[in-house]
Write a protein that binds this ligand. Structure first.
Ligand code: AMP
Ligand code: GLY
Length: 425
């Protein structure tokens, strides 16, 4: 098969690496790809958001199936457009993509189908929201309805902060039209974890779990990022919790998709808040997590192309996913200054010194002649597998230390399981 992966980050590198191993894939392309993906796929410099460009390229190369990595092209309707020209797509259509692109759409869906989530109220009028400030008490959770690169959620501790947050979202329009509607939610307490599922009309199959570290600094300090590292499997889930999630969240979600005519095909990423009473849904994303994919996919033993093909034919219920018993830890190396402004073009050294059984996924990198240079905020994801969690962690960090670029920063506590990250902790 001729396969195209859309995107150019660490997640897309993890997908491409897996597909490159598949005997079913004859030709593998990636748009735009990056300096590392070039080793696994033929990269073409077309932006992931240039839908016309991608459609033309896919047609020209007679692509059989496209896999869409990031949320923005999905929300723009890339799936519908590629399907119109006869290409199979793994990634939800525009209608289903609202599950990530609109917080109020998702909230309505969750409430309608009785899926556990925080109570909420939505506002389109700033004055009305200001009158209701503190409606569920404090902290007050304010969410821009639309896509805001993970930055559209404000947790205000006080009335003053809440008013400033409302002004930022609805007055200054810090996230543009994403803030035309704001969803206010009850504040949930507990431990956060994510569950990623392969979904088609026939089934919703959870992948092995992963734990993400969102803040830039150790001990979960500093601003939120796209994710500074992950480990898999997560140590937060136990069998009883997974049963509850299957019964109270996965089943009603799949039934809800059927009832509402949501023809979801792709990855549903469920953000959860977990405490002694069980799990509640914080959000849905409609794609693999980044960097969750970099610790989950290396553990997948089943041919990923078989999974994508089954999903495109609504045969996922026939797939029995096989996972390695090994533990994975992925440490993200980022540019100095990220998630604020940072320099690009720093040469990356030491990539060839890394242990053979450690994988360096490229995120923000670019090839310049025979040099690899930085070209983004998150630069690399270093993933190690080990027989134990500790072994994987130790191996990941031993290899991170071999890689050098000016300004490089990374968290030192990825995979360290702190008590407050455990349920009841
Ligand atoms: P979201 O983009 O909806 O996942 O929100 C971003 C982050 O805000 C989450 O990962 C949580 O840490 C936090 N958050 C969102 N909603 C709530 C809530 N209702 N209660 C507590 N924290 C929340
Ligand atoms: N790592 C979180 C995300 O991909 O949204």
């Amino acid at each position: 098969m001729k396969v195209l992966v859309v995107g150019g980050g660490g997640r897309e590198h993890a997908i491409c690496r897996k597909l490159a191993e598949s005997p079913k894939v004859d030709e593998l392309y990636c748009t735009p790809g990056n300096g590392g993906i070039e080793e696994d796929a033929i990269c073409e410099n077309i932006s992931a958001e240039d839908i016309d460009g991608i459609c033309a390229f896919a047609k020209e190369r007679s692509i059989d199936m496209a896999i869409i990595g990031p949320e923005v092209p999905l929300a723009m309707g890339i799936t519908d457009r590629l399907e119109e020209i006869g290409i199979k797509v793994f990634g939800p259509n525009k209608k289903c993509s609202r599950l990530e692109a609109s917080k109020s759409f998702t909230k309505d869906f969750l409430m309608k189908h009785g899926i556990p989530t925080a109570g909420a109220k939505e506002y389109t009028d700033k004055e009305e929201l200001l009158e209701d400030v503190g409606i569920f008490g404090y902290p007050m959770v304010l969410k821009a309805d639309g896509l805001a690169a993970g930055k559209g959620v404000i947790i205000a501790e006080t009335e003053e902060e809440a008013k400033a947050g409302i002004e930022k979202l609805m007055g200054e329009k810090a996230f543009g039209a994403a803030g035309d509607k704001v969803v206010v939610e009850e504040f949930l307490t507990g431990v956060e974890a994510s569950m990623l599922c392969f979904v088609d009309r026939s089934a919703m199959i959870p992948m092995e779990s992963a734990q993400d570290y969102k803040r830039i600094f150790d001990l979960d300090k500093g601003p939120n990022t796209g994710g500074m590292g992950t480990y898999s499997p997560s140590l937060v889930f136990d069998d009883r919790l997974i049963e509850q999630i299957k019964n109270e969240i996965l089943e009603p979600t799949l039934n809800g998709f059927r009832e509402d005519g949501l023809d979801f095909r792709g990855v549903l990423f469920i953000g959860l808040m977990i405490n002694e009473n069980g799990a509640k849904v914080i959000e849905f994303n409609n794609r693999f997590g980044d960097p969750e994919a970099q610790s989950v996919l290396p553990r997948l033993k089943t041919d990923l192309m078989d999974v994508f093909t089954a999903a495109c034919e609504d045969r996922l219920s026939e797939i029995n996913l096989q996972w390695s018993e090994k533990r994975a830890v992925c440490v993200v190396m980022a540019s100095g200054g990220y998630p604020g402004s940072y320099k690009k073009g720093e040469e990356i050294l030491g990539l060839d010194e890394v242990d053979e059984d450690v994988t360096v996924f490229h995120a923000g990198t670019k090839r310049e002649g025979d040099r690899i240079v930085t070209s983004g905020g998150r630069v690399l994801g270093v993933t190690a597998l080990g027989d134990t969690h500790e072994e994987a962690r130790e191996k990941a960090y031993r290899n991170v230390e071999k890689i050098r670029f000016r300004g490089a920063q990374y968290r030192k506590d990825i995979g360290v399981v702190r008590k407050e990250r455990m349920i009841g902790g």
